[in-house]
Ligand binder design. Structure first.
Ligand code: GLC
Length: 393
């Protein structure tokens, strides 16, 4: 199993689209022209931005890194770039990325950078081979090579001006093969991990809003999901996911060896919506309680995967993860049939009552096969969050 060095992170989608409170791609999805969008973006002046509060919230949830949208498809830059005036320093006087990098450094979190390849503001940016494009406007001169020059200049600013960067998240494959782009990224930060949405393959996969089938990921994988179903950026009327749904997805992704990047969308003032804070807190409390089940050396196992639980183990220590919400307070663990030395519900730290049910030698009963003994867990609590039970044999 191949696992990324850090298992849980916070994705942050933040840009002038927060002023609209709808969705980060509003310019394309609602047909807003460049000049009109720029007029709105000019009012982006987040007065309540407090990166330390974001970092502490992530840290409390057990997250080890933050992945920040430096530039989304709208082309607006969230750092002090010399390559365009369409940036946050021009509208607010603050380099919000620099402040975030400093808060991460202070509290020991790693920083990752998201960078959109589509750019609806750059006159050379339009790429007919790719998706997520706004039609060129009068005077635009689509030119892939010229645009890549611009990207390289920005990559250089981002990878030389903000300290060590953990991962680099290209978004939206340009469908043009150019391995030199990743080579350039790596030349500036040799240890960086690069995702698979750029000009060449990259180091890790990025399933989005989905939980892939299977037992393990064949290579580094970072799955991303947002606390809301409608948008990655701030949305006034968001459909919030339940913490149980998110924790169940995250549990399966982590079991398969992946990492989980959970997104929040701060509002125009820089505040993460209260509901998002609560969701992250709930998922984080769950994760903090059970995270030893994902420590080094624990590997998924095929046993019991078709029943009510997934299992993983490190030698004689087994972790049982309930798949969905339990439908009763007991769990039958056939084909296991011996008493564990210890059984603890990691969610609460409490001991779990175990019995080995015995049956007559020739009994097949509900099992369909002869099982003279079956390990049975009892008195499990009612909970929507996945339960993780540590059994030591
Ligand atoms: C998609 C969307 C984009 C979002 C990203 C997150 O690619 O186009 O809006 O930033 O997913 O993974």
């Amino acid at each position: 199993m191949v696992t990324m060095p850090k298992r849980f992170g916070m994705f942050v989608h933040w840009g002038p689209y927060a002023l609209y409170g709808w969705q980060e791609q509003i310019r394309m999805r609602r047909g807003i022209g460049r000049a009109e969008y720029a007029r709105t973006a000019a009012g982006f002046n987040p007065q309540k931005y407090d990166p330390e509060a974001w970092v502490l919230m992530a840290k409390e949830a057990g997250m080890e890194y933050i992945c920040f949208t430096t530039k989304h498809h709208d082309g607006f830059c969230m750092w002090n770039t010399a390559q365009t005036d369409f940036n946050i320093v021009k509208t607010s006087g603050r380099d919000v990325l620099a402040e975030l990098a400093e808060a991460c450094r202070k509290h020991g979190l790693a920083l990752s950078l998201y960078y959109s390849i589509p750019d609806w503001n750059h006159p050379c940016g339009y790429n007919s081979l790719s998706t997520h494009q706004c039609e060129p406007e009068a005077g635009d001169t689509p030119d892939s090579e010229a645009y890549r020059e611009y990207v390289r200049a920005q990559v250089k600013e981002l990878l030389t001006g903000y300290g060590p960067i953990y991962t680099w998240f290209w978004d939206i494959p340009p469908k043009i093969d150019d391995p030199s782009m990743n080579e350039y990224v790596r030349s500036l930060q040799p240890g960086i991990l690069i995702n698979d949405r750029g000009w060449s393959e990259g180091d890790f996969s990025t399933p989005e809003r989905s939980v892939p089938d299977g037992d393990t990921f064949p290579r580094f994988t970072e799955a991303c999901q947002s606390v809301g179903a409608q948008s990655w950026g701030y949305r006034e009327n968001e459909d919030w996911f339940t913490p149980a749904f998110l924790a169940q997805s995250m549990d399966k992704i982590l079991l398969m060896g992946g990492s989980y990047l959970l997104n929040v969308g701060p509002d125009k003032d820089g505040m993460i919506p209260e509901r998002a804070v609560q969701i992250v807190r709930k998922v984080g409390q769950w994760y903090q309680a059970i995270r030893e089940a994902f420590s080094e050396g624990v590997i998924p196992s095929a046993v019991l995967q078709t029943g009510a639980a997934w299992t993983s183990n490190r030698e004689n220590t087994w972790y049982l993860h309930t798949k969905n919400s339990l439908i009763s307070s007991g769990l039958s663990l056939a084909p296991w049939n011996t008493m564990p030395k210890e059984a603890v519900l990691l969610n609460t730290g409490e001991e779990v009552e175990c019995i080995v049910e015995t049956y007559p030698e020739d009994y097949t009963g509900t099992f369909g096969v002869n099982r003279p003994a079956v390990l049975h867990l009892r008195s499990l609590p009612v909970s929507d969050m996945p339960l993780v039970i540590r059994l030591i044999f």
